[in-house]
Write a protein that binds this ligand. Structure first.
Ligand SMILES: Cc1cc2nc3c(=O)[nH]c(=O)nc-3n(C[C@H](O)[C@H](O)[C@H](O)COP(=O)(O)OP(=O)(O)OC[C@H]3O[C@@H](n4cnc5c(N)ncnc54)[C@H](O)[C@@H]3O)c2cc1C
Length: 377
């Protein structure tokens, strides 16, 4: 790109802030609009696999992520009683650890601080009200009434992406899988030094993930009706009912959850945008384009890879259209591999019927995927 670009990022989540830091680092003018009033990322903790940590290194925040989180190397598989069935060392990319658990608010702070330090304004409590792409640029009106012209608008606005709806109507909407994820932060048990997955005798699965020296989170994947929502007063009891058959560290962690506060419930959905991830100079990326089930713990990793590759593609190509095309060419198959395999693993783990294509993918399995995903993105 001969001239620096003016880029508006819609959504200051994990992918949007990563893109902002990467673009500002190459001299582009970037602004982020974020609907929430502050960087108070909802949620509990997140696993940063090696490929995500590699992106963090490229944008200069690896040390900050590791300092705020809990680095780990070995995935442990247990039965429902807590007996160890397997220990699986996680592969790593050159120069970065295998994995890091981190509280979501801490990751939001790390990325937000880096964006501000790179000179990126973040407009909180703001969204796009109107946009018009005339082929040479995009005229955008924000909800605060301000108007400006941008070379590119990127929607990193999450699984419910309002920008996706603006571009495609209701052609691509989140599809509920029939399963939900319960998460709650508890004190880290000394023996939890990496992710521990316990498979239940029913479709229920429990995970323990260390996120700091002091903290870990307990997660449960359970089958739930589409309209089920936990009772705000007794979500902890409802979680306990679902994990009643689990022993070992899961039961120990659960015993410390004595209030509904802090129990986070998320329906597991995915979105497949079976069309180009851009219309003219407006792009969607991360969960907005390809949200997947969390079974490979790769959703945010795909979002940050999208962000870095988009920034690099824009730098490498002669114009915006070529940059977007090169980016999408590089990203689609990898993101779809993660989405399709994650969904197949969810089905396998929960005893749901799989398709022949999914059976083929399942031959790769989680260990195969981990090795594939430490290949360059
Ligand atoms: C239960 C669960 C566990 C997961 N665990 C992992 C894991 O361990 N590892 C992993 O890699 N991934 C994990 N993921 C996936 C991960 O959370 C997402 O893939 C990742 O957050 C996507 O990043 P994103 O930037 O695309 O969207 P988000 O991080 O969701 O950010 C979207 C942003 O857009 C903002 N926004 C929305 N609407 C507007 C609007 N109208 N105007 C302005 N801003 C707007 C939102 O407020 C938000 O800040 C998990 C997901 C779930 C559901």
């Amino acid at each position: 790109m001969a001239e620096p670009l003016r880029v508006l990022v819609h959504g200051g989540g994990i992918g949007g802030l990563t893109l902002a830091v990467a673009l500002a680092g190459s001299g582009h003018t970037v602004e982020v609009v974020e609907l929430r009033d502050e960087l108070d990322a909802l949620g509990v903790g997140i696993i940063q696999p090696s490929n995500a940590l590699h992106v963090m290194r490229e944008i200069g925040v690896l040390d900050a992520c590791l300092a705020a989180g809990f680095e780990w190397e070995v995935l442990t598989i247990c039965d429902q009683a807590g007996a160890t069935l397997a220990k699986i060392p996680q592969p790593r990319m050159d120069g970065v650890p295998a994995s890091n658990g981190i509280p979501r608010p801490a990751l939001a702070q790390v990325l937000g601080t880096a964006a501000v330090a790179a000179g990126v304004p973040i407009r909180f409590g703001t969204t796009i009200d109107a946009l018009a792409d005339d082929g040479a640029g995009v005229e955008v009106t924000l909800s605060d009434g301000s108007r400006a012209r941008w070379d590119l608008v990127v929607g990193f606005d999450g699984i419910g992406s309002p920008l996706r709806t603006r571009l495609y109507g209701d052609r691509f909407t989140p599809e509920y899988t029939g399963f939900a994820n319960w998460r709650v932060t508890v004190d880290r048990l000394p023996e939890i030094r990496g992710v521990v997955v316990s498979a239940g005798r029913t479709s229920t699965k429990a995970l323990l993930t260390p996120i700091t020296d002091e903290l870990m989170y307990l997660a449960a994947v359970t089958a739930e009706e589409p309209d089920f929502r936990p009772d705000p007063a007794r979500a902890h009891e409802q979680l306990r009912e679902r994990l009643a058959g689990f022993g070992g560290p899961v039961a120990e962690a659960l015993a410390s959850v004595n209030t509904a506060d802090g129990v986070v419930y998320s329906r597991i959905s995915q979105v497949t945008v079976d069309a180009p991830w851009h219309v003219g100079r407006v792009v969607i990326a991360g969960d907005a384009a390809h949200a997947s089930t969390p079974n490979l713990a790769q959703g945010a990793a795909m979002a940050v890879e999208d962000a870095l590759v988009l920034a690099r593609s824009l730098d490498a190509e002669e114009d915006v259209a070529a940059g977007i095309a090169a980016w999408e060419e590089r990203r689609r198959s990898r993101a779809m591999f993660v989405q399709n395999l994650s969904r197949a693993i969810l089905k396998e783990e929960t005893g749901t019927a799989t398709t022949p294509e999914e059976d083929e993918l399942l031959k790769t399995g989680m260990p195969g995927a981990a090795h594939a995903l430490v290949e360059p993105y």
